[in-house]
Design a protein around this ligand. Structure first.
Ligand code: ZN
Length: 162
């Protein structure tokens, strides 16, 4: 799947966040925020390259470790890696809050695109990632999710056996 950077993300109408530890609760909702696509790179499509702050890749790795968004899409391999090299896989997406009412929607492979392929995301996305309180997100535990804009009417599915 390919989106130009900052195009409207419209692949799935609902958002699905999954707990990152067993027993894997799940929450779904229709987002009240707009979703802007970032980092949906594909072979044969040009993308911007250039230097990025070192903190960007570290923070993308943390966010990718604590958020599990829209996992139902299955694994996606990097198709920019040359043939014969075993490309990394990524399952799911990231959500990074931007300006009020706007969240950036990126594939989890975006960190690999930056480090492995020189991809330079849009500056507003870089600023949004650097603004994330990754320490607080890392400490959050279900049903508190590492993303601030989960609506009150979201549907929670908790697999915990009492
Ligand atoms: Zn690659």
């Amino acid at each position: 799947m390919h989106y130009p950077d900052l195009a409207a993300y419209d692949y799935l109408p609902e958002e699905h966040f999954t707990d990152r530890e067993p027993p894997f609760g799940d929450v779904s909702f229709r987002p009240a925020y707009a979703r802007l696509a970032v980092g949906w790179l594909a072979a044969g499509r040009p993308y911007p390259v250039g230097p990025v702050p070192a903190a960007l890749t570290r923070r993308l790795a943390v966010i990718g470790a604590v958020q599990r968004v829209n996992l139902c899409l299955g694994y996606h391999e990097c198709d920019l890696c040359p043939p014969g090299q075993r490309p990394p896989e990524g399952n799911g997406e990231l959500r990074v809050p931007g300006a009020p009412g706007v969240a950036y929607a990126a594939p989890v492979l975006i960190g690999h695109y930056v480090t492995g392929h020189g991809y330079r995301p849009p500056p507003e996305f870089v600023a949004a990632v650097l603004a994330v309180d990754v320490d607080a997100w890392s400490r959050s535990r279900w049903p508190e999710l590492p993303f601030p804009w989960i609506p009150a009417d979201a549907k929670y599915w908790d697999w915990t056996v009492e």
